[in-house]
Design a protein around this ligand. Structure first.
Ligand code: ADP
Ligand code: MG
Length: 297
């Protein structure tokens, strides 16, 4: 077990930020810690990385207790904090070299993490000259320096543009093949794109803990289809196993089906039979979306 949290509670003065939180993360899993702002995600991550202490309960990272074995915990985890603190006046290599000295990491590892995080073309620049996406890579490189088994990433994709987002997601997924990744986000799509499992937290309490596969195999799905002109919603309700139809904008329709079968081919055939042209056709997991809305509203 990479992370084991048992009945953790944390108060800031009278305010309870975490209330009796328990969960486990297995080796080499990518787990999304999903919740709205203020849910307690960063607080949990600070406890797991020994930056703050819990008031009640216990937590183990890589078999080490966060309250008594801080040094071993820190050796086991790479942490990307929410507001990734970087020295903008330092060159990328200089910054990593500085931190390698702090950790006592061999210098050869610096080039390894630069390569691993795709920083090579920017490695000669000052951190202040880098885009937000590349700064996140520097933060990830830094978290990976001492080759930890567990990565704890606090909102690693917040503030990135769509291209950077895809790049960082792919990077995290590839890192997750070998290491345990526990990442927080308030964006549901992030979980769908990167994680094996989701733990949903709301107002300091864990409200769901599920494998995405279980959710995908669930009973609902949404097919998003764009036609080249207007279609009556009532007409689309003739589709088999359809539950509801929404028209969020333009000629785009969100069709919810109550079945686990992939309904895209049915929509395609339906369009063909009725002389409708399809401009785009996508499927998304209705279960995670409705679960998240239901549990955090
Ligand atoms: P999240 O990361 O999910 O947005 P946080 O863990 O940052 O949530 O915060 C959880 C709750 O604890 C929020 O209500 C927040 O205002 C409060 N909180 C966080 N840090 C502090 C602090 N240092 N002092 C007082 N309250 C805090
Ligand atoms: Mg936070």
């Amino acid at each position: 077990m990479s992370i084991e949290v048992i009945n953790i509670s944390k108060y800031y003065k009278e305010q309870k930020a975490l209330n009796n939180v328990s969960f486990k993360v297995k080796d080499a899993e990518i787990v999304g810690f999903l919740g709205p702002n203020g849910a307690g995600k960063s607080t949990m991550m600070k406890i797991l990385t020994t930056y703050i202490n819990a008031n009640e309960g216990s937590a183990m990272v890589n078999g080490h207790d966060v309250s008594i074995d801080k040094k071993n915990v820190q050796q086991s985890v790479g942490y990307l904090p929410e507001h990734n603190p970087l020295y903008t006046d330092l060159y990328v290599k200089e910054y990593l070299d500085f931190n390698a000295n702090v950790y006592g990491t061999p210098k050869s590892r610096i080039n390894e993490v630069i390569e691993l995080t795709g920083l090579t073309p920017e490695a000669h620049k000052k951190i202040g000259q880098l885009s937000k996406g590349y700064r996140q890579r520097v933060g990830l490189a830094n978290a990976l320096l001492h080759n930890p088994d567990v990565l704890i990433l606090d909102e690693p994709t917040t503030g990135l543009d769509p291209n950077q987002l895809v790049e960082i997601r792919n990077l995290i997924k590839s890192i997750g093949k070998e290491k345990t990744v526990f990442l927080s986000t308030h964006i549901m799509q992030e979980v769908e794109a990167m994680c094996d499992r989701v733990i949903i937290i709301n107002k300091g309490e864990v409200v769901a803990d599920k494998y995405l596969k279980e959710l995908r195999d669930g009973q609902e799905q949404i097919v998003i289809v764009e036609f080249d002109y207007r279609v009556e919603e009532a007409f689309l309700l003739k589709l088999p196993k359809v539950k509801s139809v929404k028209n969020p904008n333009g000629f785009i329709y969100e069709i919810t089906f109550s079945t686990e079968e992939d309904m895209r081919s049915h929509v395609f055939d339906f369009a063909h039979d009725n002389d409708l042209k399809i401009l785009q056709l996508n499927q998304k997991n209705a279960s995670l979306e409705s679960l998240f809305r239901e549990l955090t509203n």
